[in-house]
Write a protein that binds this ligand. Structure first.
Ligand SMILES: Nc1ncnc2c1ncn2[C@@H]1O[C@H](COP(=O)(O)OP(=O)(O)O)[C@@H](O)[C@H]1O
Ligand SMILES: [Mg+2]
Length: 291
């Protein structure tokens, strides 16, 4: 009996005792690239159904944190836990199956595919059809495809009727704001619990930004998602975050309620001191290409 227990344990991700009710937890996470410490001893807790923001000047390590959570990079040290289970060492595909999906600072869609096809791509980790089944188009495959399309259309419908009507258009013909929406729909297609949004309003004008704020709130309120986002527009972050973590040179220098962070001296110094590098007020589309 004990040998059976051991066998089970080796197949399950490590369970690390957690004193919190966190959905996502980073513990003392560090990532170095050669001599550069991009992320330094960062702790972060995201509880179910929270909207949490990560802010900080350009190069502070925000996107690297997302890459560590989604398995693109492995931490040099520290732990990344989802619902108390370590995700360190899991491939990005496996992490999607743990319920984490994301969008990118620079939109990553297949421009030569249609809106609907792009959303279908987001479901690929969930589809069960085999290669042979797909070749011979067995009833099961046909059924699975039909359901996948229905689901994709339903997800586009989250953003109103506009994208549903444009489902067969090539993504490259959409407005910038619509492409951001399609990218979120694709992330939703994998059925996440936790959605990571890397600068979801970058490149948007004020009206589009307000619209984005509304649907980010609806993602939490209507779909029950937990959201971690990187955001450069401070007004956006302050208005919708349960708490805000501030990074500067890879270190977390503050974490608290919007009002606590707003008046924190270290935060003010980090922003003012590097004002010329930040994009806090930019609504220019081109800034999204700065990685
Ligand atoms: N793959 C990489 N190789 C080397 N340096 C990297 C890599 N990814 C990020 N960095 C560096 O890590 C730091 C943090 O980058 P990043 O996480 O993109 O910052 P932010 O998203 O806050 O603007 C920067 O100095 C960046 O140049
Ligand atoms: Mg970034």
């Amino acid at each position: 009996m004990s040998s059976e227990e051991v066998k089970v344990n080796t197949q399950t991700p490590t369970v690390v005792a957690s004193q919190t009710d966190a959905l996502l937890e980073l513990r003392n996470v560090t990532k170095t690239f050669g001599g550069l410490t991009a992320v330094s001893k960062v702790d972060l807790i995201v509880r179910p159904r929270e909207i949490v923001s990560v802010i900080g000047p350009n190069g502070a390590g925000k996107t690297t944190v997302f890459n560590l959570i989604t398995g693109i990079y492995e931490p040099s040290s520290g732990e990344v836990l989802m619902a108390g289970r370590s995700m360190v060492g899991l491939s990005p595909d496996k992490i999607v199956l743990q319920g984490i999906t994301r969008t990118f600072q620079n939109i990553r869609l297949f421009n030569n595919m249609t809106v609907l096809e792009n959303v279908l791509v987001g479901q690929h980790t969930r589809l069960k059809a085999t290669v042979l089944g797909s070749l011979f188009r067995t009833p099961r495959v046909v059924q699975e495809e039909r359901m996948a399309r229905e689901r994709a259309i339903e997800l586009l419908g989250f953003f109103g009727t506009g994208l549903v009507a444009r489902q067969d258009e090539y993504v490259m013909n959409l407005s910038y704001a619509d492409r951001r929406r399609v990218e979120i729909a694709r992330a939703l297609a994998a059925d996440p619990k936790l959605l990571l949004l890397d600068e979801p309003t970058a490149g948007m004008n004020e009206a589009e930004t307000l619209e984005a704020v509304k649907y980010i709130r609806r993602l939490r309120d209507e779909l029950g998602l937990t959201i971690l986002l990187i955001e450069h527009k401070l007004a956006v972050t302050m208005g919708m975050s349960d708490h805000i973590a501030v990074l500067d040179y890879g270190q977390k220098i503050a974490d608290g309620l919007p009002d606590e962070v707003r008046y924190d001296e270290r935060v003010i110094a980090a922003y003012l001191g590097r004002q010329s590098e930040t994009k806090a007020d930019d609504t220019d589309e081109s800034d999204d290409d700065a990685v």
